[in-house]
Write a protein that binds this ligand. Structure first.
Ligand code: HEM
Length: 203
């Protein structure tokens, strides 16, 4: 009924990896395309009432989504590329599938680092201050916002890297295909940012 253990684990891990990835990147897009414009129109005196319960909830799914995506991603990398040997092609060179996933995984790992070591520690200070704790340092908000914007831009090319090796068949990794991945990935995110500032909020 099931193939060998490794293929079964790959199927299950891939499914968890993608569910966790959707949870993570979905919240990232919520923060950047919905919440940032919303906060711009929210009166300052309402922020302590609105933001801790909303943003702490969203940050919970955001950061744990990032952690599980990363851990299942590493497990998949081990099963498919190291144990399964997909890291090398028939001639023993680094395979194109591996090049794409290394590109995607590198961007994903930078994003995971930003979530856990840049965004979350700063958000804890910002929201902690709203809940009556010590004032957040003035650089906390711009640093968290910059890391979040970098992650949003990286998500486009990162996802291309996740799927190109195993689905966009015959896409060798070379300068041309890399440029296409970057232009499409970064261009789409740029368009979503532009659109997010113009979404009508009255009917
Ligand atoms: C955080 C670092 C990440 C690492 C180390 C990682 C690693 C991996 C690996 C090794 C695979 C298997 C690729 C293959 O079959 O050749 C994979 C697949 C995949 N990853 Fe990631 N990943 C990461 C982040 C993400 C994120 C944030 C998403 C967003 C949703 C994502 C979405 C996917 C998808 C959709 C696949 C399935 C591709 C397929 O079936 O061919 N990954 N990932």
């Amino acid at each position: 009924m099931f193939p060998d253990l490794s293929s079964t684990l790959q199927a299950i891990f891939r499914w968890f990896h993608i569910i966790a990835g959707i949870t993570w990147i979905g919240h990232l897009y919520f923060f950047n395309f919905v919440n940032t414009p919303f906060q711009g129109g929210l009166p300052k005196e309402l922020k302590p009432q609105v933001n801790p319960p909303l943003v702490l909830r969203a940050l919970y799914f955001f950061r744990w989504g990032a952690m599980w995506t990363f851990l299942f991603g590493l497990a998949l990398f081990y099963l498919i590329y190291i144990q399964g040997g997909a890291i090398r092609d028939a001639e023993g060179h680094l395979s194109h599938r591996a090049m794409w996933i290394l590109f995607g995984a590198l961007l994903g790992t930078i994003m995971w680092f930003n979530v856990w070591f840049v965004i979350w520690p700063r958000q804890k200070k910002i929201l902690g201050a709203m809940l009556g704790g010590p004032a957040a340092p003035p650089e906390a908000a711009p640093q968290a916002a910059l890391a979040s914007k970098i992650n949003t831009y990286l998500s486009g090319p990162m996802l291309w890297g996740m799927i190109a090796g195993s689905h966009v068949n015959l896409w060798d990794m070379n300068i041309g295909t890399l440029v296409v991945a970057l232009v499409l990935g970064l261009g789409l995110i740029h368009g979503l940012y532009a659109r997010s500032r113009k979404v009508p909020t009255a009917l």
